[in-house]
Design a protein around this ligand. Structure first.
Ligand SMILES: Nc1ncnc2c1ncn2[C@@H]1O[C@H](COP(=O)(O)OP(=O)(O)OP(=O)(O)O)[C@@H](O)[C@H]1O
Length: 455
């Protein structure tokens, strides 16, 4: 593009005075103004956030646009005494379009329009700055007239907002890439790994979102052929832990490290954090972090327009709901202990109390769990439930596990070890016990078929 000159980096700040917000001007210290002067004119033009390749040039007297808050991607420059030297004052919408937040550095260069810099076409899209619930109407005829008046003789050049090259294609057609049957997986990968990258950095930083840094794809050997145009990179700094990670995240395609604070999140009114916490039994701190990140990825994904990824996202609309948390809890499974789902699966149709004896056994078993909780003298309590097949032993034990509220509950079943060698089975059982000792309160359910192995 012609007409650019060398520029500088400035620190983004707010418009110096709220009454100036609607002027659509950018503000700088008077001492800086001269560096943006267009030779031979009384104008000062600046090209802001050059990397985005977006700019609009307007003349001073037309900039005060009161009818609607239409904001262009770059702004005319004016000087204001209260702006610190080296700072550029932008209003919230200018910052959003330039994809910056207060305190960010931004490239600002003088722009001198070339002689043949004429407008050929201008497309305007009208949108309310804040989406309210009440209906508001705009008189289209008045608006059109207003725009015509305001923009008469203006020079405007605006390119479509460019997003990362990665998303230049509006549609992700996997089959055209020779990959079939993996739409769900790619949907997950997009939601977890890329959705946050589509958002402007100031939105992600405000929400405390860190990008997913690692991704592990796995599958049977044939899958490698099917994914021959996908590059897989696995990294670990704890090689000894790798097997553990694979075992514990078998349902996941992404292994994520990073931090996020719940405080930063906008949560929906329907979301009960205590309810979410109650459902995250057995989760370690790192796993909870993964759950929160996964929940956020659902909330972000909802806001993205996959047809047009460069469309600005209203950060106010990004709300994490209870459903997001529930989906996240299904996606991120705890490495240790059994999930509530596993226990519930052992008593799928609930529990029917079919007599005094049944109630008595349940009460006795619960008492044993209580004994482990309160008595220092009984660190280990064992109990054998005996009865014919289908009499409800597993259902009873899982009910006790749920009611005991122990942080570590693990089911050791023959089904989970099908196909494993004897030595691997033994190693797994040893590990279950080792992990149990790490937890302050542990409840192990050893199902029939595994008892002999304990010896
Ligand atoms: N009190 C109950 N109320 C409702 N359903 C029950 C009850 N007890 C057991 N069931 C159901 O009966 C079925 C068999 O129960 P369960 O698997 O607990 O038996 P089990 O004694 O462990 O059998 P096995 O010795 O073959 O492992 C399950 O579907 C379970 O949900």
């Amino acid at each position: 593009m012609s007409g650019r000159s060398s520029g500088s980096t400035m620190i983004v700040g707010s418009t110096p005075n709220p009454s100036l917000v609607a002027t659509n001007l950018a503000y700088c210290n008077p001492s800086h103004l001269q560096s943006f002067a267009v030779p031979g004119t009384s104008h000062h033009y600046a090209l802001i956030a050059e990397a985005l390749d977006l700019f609009v040039i307007t003349k001073l007297y037309m900039l005060i646009f009161q009818f609607v808050h239409i904001c262009f991607l770059n702004s005319y420059y004016t000087a204001h005494d209260s702006m610190e030297n080296g700072k550029i004052g932008l209003n919230a919408i200018q910052r959003r379009h330039a994809r910056v937040s207060n305190g960010d550095s931004i490239s600002v260069i003088r722009f001198a329009p070339p002689d043949d810099f004429n407008r050929t076409m201008l497309t305007l899209e009208l949108e309310f700055v804040k989406k309210g619930t009440k209906e508001e109407y705009v008189d289209a005829v008045r608006l059109a007239q207003h725009i015509q008046d305001r923009f008469a003789n203006q020079i405007t050049n605006q390119r479509e907002g460019a997003s990362s090259n990665l998303f230049k294609h509006k549609e992700f057609n996997l089959e055209s890439l020779g990959i079939g049957g993996l739409s769900d997986e790619f949907g997950d990968i997009f939601r977890r790994a890329f959705a946050s990258r589509v958002l402007p950095p100031h939105v992600t930083s405000k929400l405390g979102i860190k990008h997913v840094k690692g991704m592990l794809l796995y599958g049977p050997p044939d899958g490698v052929e099917a994914l021959n145009n996908v590059l897989l990179i696995g990294m670990t700094n704890r090689k000894d832990m790798l097997d553990e990670a694979l075992l514990s995240y078998l349902m996941l395609h992404l292994h994520i490290f990073g931090g996020i604070l719940l405080d930063h999140l906008s949560v929906n009114k329907g979301l009960s954090l205590s309810n979410a916490a109650a459902r995250s039994k057995n989760y370690s701190g790192a796993e909870l972090e993964g759950v929160v990140k996964s929940a956020v990825s659902y909330a972000l994904h909802r806001q993205l327009n996959l047809e047009y990824l460069s469309e600005p996202v209203d950060e106010e609309d990004i709300k994490v709901t209870m459903d997001d948390f529930l989906n996240a809890l299904h996606e991120i499974l705890p490495a240790f202990g059994a999930s509530m789902d596993d226990l519930e699966r052992c008593r799928l149709n609930g529990i029917v109390e079919f007599g005094g004896r049944h109630a008595h056994i349940f009460k006795r078993t619960m008492l044993l769990a209580e004994q482990v909780k309160v008595s220092r003298g009984s660190p280990l309590v064992t109990c054998l439930l005996e009865g014919p097949s289908g009499s409800g032993k597993t259902a009873m034990a899982s009910s006790v596990g749920i009611s005991s509220d122990f942080p570590y509950v693990k089911i050791v079943s023959a089904e989970s070890m099908i196909g494993l060698s004897e030595s691997t089975k033994c190693a797994q059982i040893v590990k279950v016990f080792e992990d149990a000792y790490k937890s302050p309160l542990s409840y192990l359910m050893i199902l029939k078929g595994c008892l002999n192995m304990l010896q």
